[in-house]
Design a protein around this ligand. Structure first.
Ligand code: TMP
Ligand code: MG
Length: 279
């Protein structure tokens, strides 16, 4: 924590305003899901498809090459966001073009998720159930694949009615074969623009100007930019990779930085504090 006093003030501000003024906005990949398990990397929503039988071997190689080229750029602390942005757009565009060529069937997504190594962070059940039980809206804001991540939370039995997802969704033809992606591309650095387009959602939640934000990338910091007349934002960041190099920049931007923490313990403790002490 860079400024524990600020964290304390924000939490007390939220407590004073009440639980019914709070919403949670969270990234998905490597924020709600684990980064690694037993020393092995866990898949992102893209990787779930990339590793599945829905993708040809030739396409798998191409997607892996893209990952090997662009992921090091994503986490490179020596490059500015301005430098990275066009490269990240390039990554997403190329990966999505490859996925569209694969004639992915909607009815095969559930099996791909079932057979994958995707794992939500330890404590996820308490996190989702607590928000549901207390009617706190959870927005999952992801540059991953909406159809895939929905399936992950559905299979984990935590896709409760208080959960809403903004992400990249596939478009299917009448026979259930994917033909394109819908709407505007969401990539790692345009969550602000994505948020500003969702005026209806944030208008509905205008009575909830206090935000608990969870992310793992510096691009996630703008996820709450669509919130109307925002009062407090408590930003919790998971730093999973290249920890020493990136620690300072994360401390400068997130209120709480969790280093290689594969659990929801800290967000859950904060929620517990807010629900237990609610007036
Ligand atoms: P997020 O904003 O929901 O975390 O999603 C972004 C992550 O997806 C980011 O860490 C990079 C990752 N990704 C892949 O793993 N494979 C891909 O093909 C693409 C485009 C992104
Ligand atoms: Mg992420």
């Amino acid at each position: 924590m860079r400024d524990p006093q600020r964290v304390q003030e924000v939490l007390h501000g939220m407590l004073k305003a009440g639980l019914d003024t709070i919403q949670v906005i969270s990234d998905f990949d490597m924020t709600l899901t684990r980064f690694a398990h037993n020393g092995k990397r866990c898949p992102t929503s893209h990787n779930i498809l990339d590793n599945s039988q829905l993708i040809s071997d030739e396409c798998k190689i191409k997607l892996k090459d893209l990952l090997n080229k662009y992921y090091p750029i994503e986490i490179d602390s020596s490059r500015t966001v301005e430098e990275k942005l066009p490269l990240m757009v390039e990554w997403w565009t190329k990966a999505h073009e490859l996925l569209v060529q694969q004639k992915i069937r909607k009815d095969q997504l559930a099996l791909a998720v079932q057979e994958s190594d995707a794992m939500l962070r330890d404590g996820y059940q308490w996190f989702f159930d607590c928000l549901h039980q207390h009617s706190v809206p959870l927005l999952i804001f992801s540059a991953g694949l909406g159809d895939v991540l929905e399936e992950v939370i559905r299979q984990a039995a935590v896709f409760h009615p208080n959960v809403k997802v903004f992400s990249n969704y596939m478009d299917f033809d009448e026979t259930g074969v994917m033909t394109a992606f819908k709407g505007q591309l969401i990539h790692i650095y345009n969550k602000r623009e994505g948020a500003l387009l969702q005026t209806g959602h944030f208008q509905e939640l205008r009575a909830r100007p206090n935000v608990v934000l969870l992310g793992d990338s510096l691009g996630d910091l703008t996820m709450a930019d669509g919130v109307q007349e925002v009062e407090n934002v408590l930003k919790i960041g998971f730093l999973n990779d290249k920890v020493d190099e990136r620690k300072q920049s994360y401390l400068n931007s997130y209120d709480i930085v969790l280093l290689q923490d594969e659990t929801m313990e800290v967000p859950n403790a904060i929620l517990d504090f807010l629900v237990t002490n609610d007036k």
